[in-house]
Design a protein around this ligand. Sequence first.
Ligand SMILES: C[C@@H](O)CC(=O)SCCNC(=O)CCNC(=O)[C@H](O)C(C)(C)COP(=O)(O)OP(=O)(O)OC[C@H]1O[C@@H](n2cnc3c(N)ncnc32)[C@H](O)[C@@H]1OP(=O)(O)O
Length: 153
Amino acid sequence: MLELRTLFYEDLSVGMTETFIKTVSASDVVGFAEVSGDRNPIHLSEHFAARTPFKSRIAHGLYTASLISAVLGTRLPGPGAIYLSQSLNFKAPVHIDDEVVVTVEVIELLERGHRARLHCECHVGETLVLDGEAMVKVPSRTARPLGSRPLAT
Ligand SMILES: C[C@@H](O)CC(=O)SCCNC(=O)CCNC(=O)[C@H](O)C(C)(C)COP(=O)(O)OP(=O)(O)OC[C@H]1O[C@@H](n2cnc3c(N)ncnc32)[C@H](O)[C@@H]1OP(=O)(O)O
């Protein structure tokens, strides 16, 4: 579990990175199937998975992607970050008991709207299993809280 760290827009700079390492357990995959409703047997049945090119059960792509969300929401930028978009390329499978190393790097900062663009990668060993880009809205020290309106005059 990642410890919470809040970074405001003003604290960010291009090149900042954060890493999270997670070993994917069978219960993670079963739990994700339950919460998402995606009961594709390629994730849940060894018998089924054995007859696919992957040979054994694999994690849902969106479960692996959720580890990126964990980094964005807890560490970089952290609490208060708002997901705007995320691209995902699933390059190679993640199997049960694989150790996934998630790396997120700030690649662009946009003053307008306090946006940050981040490059995201997940590796298992030397293998790139997932990459993509995230755009998030980052809390600013100077901005009014989200959803607040100016007082009527
Ligand atoms: C819906 C859910 O229940 C299911 C899931 O969540 S499954 C879990 C998430 N997905 C994965 O784990 C898949 C990971 N990806 C792979 O293992 C490989 O991409 C693949 C084995 C599926 C690729 O299979 P195939 O289509 O046979 O591809 P080739 O290796 O023969 O390559 C053919 C060309 O396609 C390009 N390519 C392959 N993968 C990707 C990708 N993820 N994104 C974009 N392009 C891809 C590859 O480069 C080849 O292109 P070329 O121009 O011909 O070189």
